[in-house]
Design a binder for this molecule. Sequence first.
Ligand code: FES
Ligand SMILES: [Fe+2]
Length: 445
Amino acid sequence: MTLSATQADGADTARGRYDGYFRPGYAHRDIYTAQDVFDQEMLHLFGTTWVYVGHESEVPALNDFVTRTIGRRPVILSRGKNNGLHVLINRCTHRGAVVCRQAQGNAARFVCGYHAWTFGTDGKCLGVPLSHAYGPDFDMEAQNLHRAARVESYRGFVFASLNGEVMPLVDHLAHARRYLDEWIDRGDCLPVVVRAGSMRFETHANWKVIYDNAGDGYHPPFSHISMLRVFARRYGDVDMQYYSGNFDEAPLISRDLGNGHTLLDQRPSMHAQSAWERQHVMPGREKMWEALSEKYGEGPAREMLDASTGSGLNLNIFPNLLIIGNQIQLLEPLAVNRTVVHWFSTTLDGAPDEVNALRMRMQEDFPSFGEVDDTAQFEACQTGMECVPEMPWIDIRRHMNTDAGHRGEDGIWTEPISSDQHMRCYLDAWRRIMNAGAARACDDA
Ligand code: FES
Ligand SMILES: [Fe+2]
């Protein structure tokens, strides 16, 4: 049985509907396990805020498309005439079938597989077989696919919202914009290309468990111990070995970027002196170093190769975009305890082939090697939370009361890397958005 918000913390009705799921330093398991909370998230959170749907480089040409979701709603991101981007609700206006059932492609029109109603890449209804049977007043325009109310691109990152009143995307991104800029500009400002297709895996965990983990700077030396040992044994003092001892004393930080966005910044340790020098061995590494240093000289070659290593950033953009190293992760909630995680690799348009080959090989690195560690923890957390109702509270207290935080000159609140401020911050945004949605639903009732 699901605890109601009022049972969870004795909340009174004057407070927000979701306040009862929190108490200082703790969050209630129901936000990860309760079907009704998940259903309301799909409405009040994914249905109202900005949601990342894809990168412009995934749909570079006219009529290119990829299919994605906004919460659980299937959508199509397509490239139309005049370079326009469309985010269409992938639900037939006839009997409700999903119209486009491919992950990606190029098509001048989408034909629904059920009764062949046909739509353009801009969603316009182009054809209805035997339409005379709908009578003389049948209005083709009224049959167009529905669209996201707002679509905006920030330097290639395309977000959509079903809420016409949502704040401008740049305001939503808040301080995350600065770090997105730094990530985009890292490779000598060459344009980032998101490679078509993703490494896709389904995990039996709530989508927020994955969001938690991407901003969790406490787990790496423990969850990933076998990987770090292998790296240390084979390659010595290379990246991520700084997660040893009291790693809160290393120059590694967690930052609150506003609106549920957060950052783990490992660059001061990961990129000390040279990111390339600290990168662990990759197949073909020496050959690539030789080729580039011969061609460009050692200094420029090192700088170019710095862009082939992990970025040192874990940038969480609430609610569904995670930028980790050189990869982009997209969260696709399927059910309260099922999520698909998509990992996209990236290259740089115009960079030497060696740099891009190494960036692609990174997919064999952390995503393949480290992600299995994380996935085991996702599912272990989900099982523990689901199966032990007597212990409903999740601990998010780290560095809450240590006075280790400070506000930087840039106005951003910063704490040591192992802090749980990431969870406190994004769950605060979650609570605010969910309370507002519940209040609106009450007013409408
Ligand atoms: S459901 Fe799409 S054409 Fe009938
Ligand atoms: Fe991890």
